[in-house]
Design a protein around this ligand. Structure first.
Ligand SMILES: [Zn+2]
Ligand SMILES: [Zn+2]
Length: 207
């Protein structure tokens, strides 16, 4: 097999959401729409941050025609999922991240560092495990693999807190905004929902 082409599309960080499922529950998970990371990012930049195509193309480090193509594809996929009642999974694509993100294979925490640390030297700041992966590109981002181990398919409700898995700093959960989109300001670790299976797993491993 030939090596993968050089990655040049840049995301600030991996998306904090893994995907979406139709609210009525009447869907086939095997028949999901796969939204690539760069497609998700194009929607985030253009429709959420309201950047122009030119600005978005700089952020994603692609030419403007390429940005247009990615964005068109993204919107068509989202439309298909909406109209045809299909789940959306955000995964894959040809991107790299311009921050240094690590992922613990033991407690499933993820966090970033200001500079890159050798994978031999890094231990998980939450559970001290040495089984840590450096997330270099979207192919390494393991959310969609482990999502089912904790919150996937469970209704968490709108009450409760987001909590830092390391320092236990809590902030009130905001409806519709995943805790994982928030980073603990002290620890640079993605926050999680308090009292979920994932949270309980982390508390056990931390001891
Ligand atoms: Zn860990
Ligand atoms: Zn913290």
């Amino acid at each position: 097999m030939s090596p993968r082409p050089k990655l040049n599309r840049q995301l600030k960080e991996p998306p904090s959401v893994t995907g979406f499922i139709p609210i009525n529950g009447d869907y086939n998970l095997a028949d999901k729409v796969i939204l690539l990371f760069e497609e998700y990012e194009s929607i985030r930049l253009m429709d959420y941050e309201n950047l122009t195509q030119l600005e978005a193309s700089y952020k994603l480090n692609v030419s403007r025609p390429t940005l247009t193509r990615i964005y068109d594809s993204a919107r068509k996929k989202v439309a298909k999922a909406f109209v045809e009642n299909k789940p959306i999974s955000i995964e894959g694509g040809d991107v790299s991240f311009n921050e240094f993100w690590y992922y613990c294979n033991s407690c499933y925490s993820s966090y970033k560092t200001v500079k890159q640390i050798s994978i031999d030297e890094i231990t998980c700041p939450v559970c001290n495990s040495g089984d840590v992966s450096f997330i270099q590109d979207s192919g390494d981002w393991p959310y969609h693999k482990v999502g089912k181990n904790h919150n996937y398919g469970k209704k968490l409700g709108i009450e409760g807190n987001c909590i830092c898995p390391k320092c236990d700093k809590k902030i009130a959960h905001e409806a519709g905004i995943p805790c994982s989109s928030k980073l603990c300001p002290t620890c640079n670790i993605r926050m999680i929902r308090e009292n979920t299976e994932h949270h309980k797993t982390i508390l056990k491993k931390r001891k």
